[in-house]
Design a protein around this ligand. Structure first.
Ligand code: MG
Length: 176
């Protein structure tokens, strides 16, 4: 059961994910969560480090698509349009449908698509259910949707269980 919650990689933030490593690992498309991964929760501002990281991604020939559970189209569209990338909103992650839609948009498959997000129960679980490369980032801040706050408590329990019941994995290194 734990393998569904085990990301391929962990990173302290989106901009600290090595684009070189993604290229080396054959990644051609990124499915990226919005709230607390790209921007603070419900914030429209993309920080300069994140904007620069997206330029590097594009220069490496890697496609990107925002996939957000946020149900407000305009909120997702503003950020995606600013970075000139496509988006899927109201995604209902961890359901697989939106991940498949994003892979269609990106023109990538199971072998060359990575999912990046800050939540084990939506981003990582959803990506792993499809057998995709998954990257867990630390949430930008702790302001978030009330339902997410509840899930964070469950995540903490899960992380504790994974630490004590599963083989140790080191942070910031490739897990599998
Ligand atoms: Mg998020």
């Amino acid at each position: 059961m734990f393998e569904y919650f085990q990301p391929t990689l962990q990173a302290p933030s989106l901009d600290l994910i090595s684009v070189e490593q993604l290229t080396q690992d054959g990644i051609k498309g990124l499915i990226i969560d919005l709230d607390n991964t790209m921007t603070p929760w419900n914030d429209l501002e993309v920080g300069p480090k994140v904007a620069t990281w997206f330029i590097k991604v594009k220069a490496a020939g890697i496609g990107a698509c925002v996939v957000s559970n946020n149900s407000k189209r305009q909120r997702v569209a503003v950020v995606a349009d600013r970075l000139d990338i496509p988006f899927v909103f109201g995604a209902t992650k961890p359901r697989r449908r939106a991940f498949r839609s994003a892979m269609n948009i990106l023109g990538t498959g199971h072998q060359d698509t990575a999912v990046i997000g800050d939540q084990l129960f939506t981003d990582i679980l959803g990506g792993n259910r499809l057998g995709l490369y998954t990257i867990l980032v630390t949430p930008i801040n702790d302001r978030e949707f009330i339902g997410t706050k509840v899930m964070r408590k469950m995540e903490k329990v899960l992380v504790w269980l994974m630490k004590h019941c599963a083989p140790a994995k080191s942070i910031s290194t490739k897990i599998h």
